[in-house]
Design a protein around this ligand. Structure first.
Ligand SMILES: NC(=O)c1ccc[n+]([C@@H]2O[C@H](COP(=O)([O-])OP(=O)(O)OC[C@H]3O[C@@H](n4cnc5c(N)ncnc54)[C@H](O)[C@@H]3O)[C@@H](O)[C@H]2O)c1
Length: 313
């Protein structure tokens, strides 16, 4: 059963089914935590719970108020990059609706951020379900009278360290469905609400894997290349409407997603980063918040870099 909660603490019915994400995908395996933290840049001894964005040593620029009176939707908001971006936008004044499939994690994250005084709501939605996405975004725009920002950070890595001839078609389709088709759906159904106000900022999180094609995770690379094509085409389509549509291509970032990454794949990815470390959620939130701010008014259809020096074009 899908539901929404808000900073006012009231529960609202919301569209959707809220199925269990892990069980639906069956792509999970026990995390190799020790290997993951060998690359952790700031706290080598921290536990998985401690790498949440609110435990970072990095200070956000809380004096900025770029999103005052704005309404922002962040998918994948239960944890990781989505949580970090949602928190940052809320700290700068936005009312943020975190969207995710993981009901319990979403609830915990929302409650924690609300306790910090942030205007956070949540909705359990599967971004691959067209009806859920459409109704959820309409409901938000109706209730708040506007939709200014959409960040799509929901995504999955899928199988890794596996060559294409052994990669199951079913897995390939699932990864593309979530990462690419989900990006299309959330952007498609956010745009009409933004057109009404002649203003909007859409950010779709892609990946360096989509630019360069990380071997061993071909479904992921292909889906993220698709997201880049989506951004470039959509950005041009709406370039004269007040809506910007951009992408971000991070190299490997320290989030729960990478707890499932095979050591050889992780080593391959980190070895390619000249800075020699993983990026952080806070670094991702910092560039993302600029891209979706009113300040970023002459950028659209562009894939921004966040790769510790890995990307050269
Ligand atoms: N972590 C990295 O190294 C890295 C690098 C480049 C790009 N990215 C991208 O950044 C985004 C966020 O990644 P993360 O590292 O925070 O991952 P994460 O696994 O920590 O978080 C992803 C979130 O997306 C949610 N999600 C997945 N499928 C969904 C669906 N169908 N509907 C709604 N929610 C869904 C998950 O429940 C999860 O909470 C992803 O698109 C990922 O591909 C991550």
């Amino acid at each position: 059963m899908t539901r929404e909660s808000s900073s006012a603490g009231r529960a609202r019915p919301c569209q959707g089914r809220g199925r269990g994400f892990e069980s639906r995908l069956s792509l999970q395996r026990p995390p190799d935590v020790a290997f993951f933290f060998a690359y952790w840049p700031i706290h080598p001894d921290c536990t998985p719970d401690e790498y949440r964005s609110d435990n970072s040593d990095l200070n956000f620029s809380k004096s900025m108020n770029r999103f005052q009176n704005q309404v922002a939707v962040v998918t994948g908001g239960a944890r990781g990059i989505g949580e970090g971006i949602g928190k940052r936008l809320a700290e700068e004044g936005a009312t943020v609706i975190l969207v995710d499939l993981l009901q319990k994690e979403l609830e915990d994250t929302t409650n924690r951020l609300v306790r910090q005084g942030l205007k956070i709501e949540s909705a359990v939605v599967d971004i691959t379900d067209e009806t859920e996405v459409k109704e959820c975004l309409s409901g938000i725009a109706d209730r708040h009278g506007r939709l200014d920002v959409l960040v799509n950070a929901a995504g999955v890595a899928g199988p890794n360290a596996i060559r294409s001839d052994a990669y199951h078609y079913e897995d390939f389709r699932k990864v593309v469905d979530i990462n690419l088709c989900g990006s299309f759906l959330v952007a498609k159904y956010a745009i009409p609400h933004m057109l009404k106000n002649k203003y909007g900022r859409i950010l779709l999180i892609a990946s360096i894997g989509g630019k360069e094609g990380n071997p061993g995770m071909i479904g992921y690379a292909a889906s993220k290349s698709g997201v880049m094509g989506l951004v470039k085409g959509m950005g041009k389509e709406y370039a004269q409407t007040g809506i910007t549509i951009n992408g971000l291509a991070p190299a490997v970032i320290a989030t729960p997603m990478n707890l499932d990454t095979e050591p050889e794949t992780m080593k391959y990815m980190v070895d390619k980063i000249p800075m020699g470390r993983l990026g952080t959620i806070e670094e991702t939130a910092a560039i993302s918040s600029w891209i979706v701010s009113p300040e970023a008014s002459f950028n659209t259809g562009f894939i921004f870099d966040l790769s510790g020096g890995r990307a050269t074009s």
